[in-house]
Design a protein around this ligand. Structure first.
Ligand SMILES: *Cc1c(COP(=O)(O)O)cnc(C)c1O
Length: 378
């Protein structure tokens, strides 16, 4: 390997298995979509999307028009691509040309979308998002009722999906879960007779594990697919997906006391062995390993010393008796999971994954076999 960057390994088979684990919890006509926004939580949507399609997933959620246009390139035409960020004024033609499905969340949006689709025989699917208690994107319940009152308008809009989003699903006992469920249930009951073919969707990853009442017709897992435990207080039912190995650039054995790193916040003592690895806060390591950071050198736990720099991090490898100098320190693997870093540092799994950045050499595993991403440095 010519490049001096870390190697981020992403196990596509584990992602498929996590999707199946969720899909297997669903009963009747309920199905599982996949949320692949933010480049599949930083892991590479162009690899993750097709892998999920092969696993049987046919409905995908992205955040932006740009992500949706990319998804159209790597997904088969029968995949439905919903855009959580909605359709901005002027973007309608791109949605129509590329069969992209907006998630509409204001009355203005719905009227604008209706105006450009009502004369079409087969417009793209569209979803309507309703705020049931998170107070983020979505029509308020009153606005939804006003839309329900104008039956004609609603029938020509032909929404395929009515959805809402849970604020506290990772805390199973939180009262807001029940409050949001009650609101959503009520609006679904009020809507079904008017729109018998429309489906309903409430649950994200953690929502799936709240129980079947939360499932409705479609669940929308994201984080769980990428190995983040949906129920932090219980053992994870999911497979870890990412491994991160950092190449050692320099090893130094100290012969006298030394200050280590920016700000000289740490000291090391004679006979200590320090390894400087490629990878720093510009690669998201401050999120991943925090202040209490450590890595694994073979089977030895080696602590971070001093501050994490932009491009490098220093580990004290004195405890590891390595002959000939170490090659690599792992900071994410099947034991050192995103969840274990969350427990230790408090950083959210979502934040750890999306902060990993784009300097690593990425390697994708498919049935245990590696497909290397083309590297700029080769
Ligand atoms: C991001 C997102 C999801 C996925 O949430 P996870 O907690 O990652 O499973 C589902 N629905 C909406 C509306 C989202 O924005």
């Amino acid at each position: 390997m010519k490049s001096s960057t870390g190697i981020l390994t992403i196990d596509l088979s584990a992602i498929q298995s996590n999707w199946r684990c969720i899909n297997n919890q669903l009963t009747g006509k309920t199905s599982a979509s996949a949320v692949i926004k933010a480049n599949a939580y930083g892991l590479g949507a162009a690899y993750v999307g097709p892998a999920l399609y092969r696993a049987g997933c046919r409905e995908f959620f992205v955040a932006t028009l740009e992500e949706a246009l990319a998804a159209r390139q790597y997904l088969k035409p029968d995949a439905v691509v919903y855009v959580l960020g909605g359709v901005r004024p002027g973007a309608e033609p791109l949605f129509l040309e590329n069969d992209l499905s907006p998630v509409l969340f204001t009355l203005e949006d719905t009227r604008r979308w209706l105006a450009c689709t009502q004369k079409l025989d087969a417009p793209p699917a569209c979803a309507i998002k309703i705020n049931t208690g998170m107070t983020r994107l979505g029509l308020d319940l009153q606005e939804w009722l006003s839309l329900l009152a104008s039956e004609e308008e609603l029938r020509s809009l032909r929404p395929t999906l009515i959805m809402s989003h849970l604020a506290c699903a990772d805390e199973p006992e939180h009262p807001l879960n029940y409050k949001q469920l009650a609101h959503f249930q009520a609006l679904a009951d009020a809507t079904r007779s008017l729109l018998p073919d429309t489906r309903f969707s409430l649950a994200n990853s953690s929502g799936v594990f709240l129980g079947s009442q939360w499932h409705f017709d479609l669940v929308r897992p994201g984080a769980a697919l990428y190995g983040v435990n949906p129920q932090p207080l219980k053992p994870s039912p999911l497979k870890p997906v990412v491994q991160l190995a950092l190449p050692v650039l320099q090893v130094r054995e100290l012969s006298e006391n030394a200050d280590v790193g920016y700000g000289a916040t740490a000291q090391a003592f004679p006979l200590a062995r320090l390894a400087v690895v490629a990878g720093g806060y510009a690669d998201g390591l401050h999120r991943t390993i925090g202040r209490q950071g450590f890595g694994m050198l073979d089977n030895h736990r080696v602590p971070v010393v001093g501050r994490i720099s932009m491009d490098t991090t220093i580990f004290d490898i004195s405890a590891a008796d390595i002959k000939g100098g170490p090659q690599i320190i792992q900071v994410l693997n099947d034991e050192l999971t995103v969840d274990s870093w969350t427990a230790l540092t408090g950083a959210l799994g979502y934040d750890i994954l999306t902060s990993l950045g784009y300097r690593y050499r990425r390697c994708y595993l498919k049935d245990g076999v590696s497909i290397e991403q083309e590297s700029l440095y080769e």
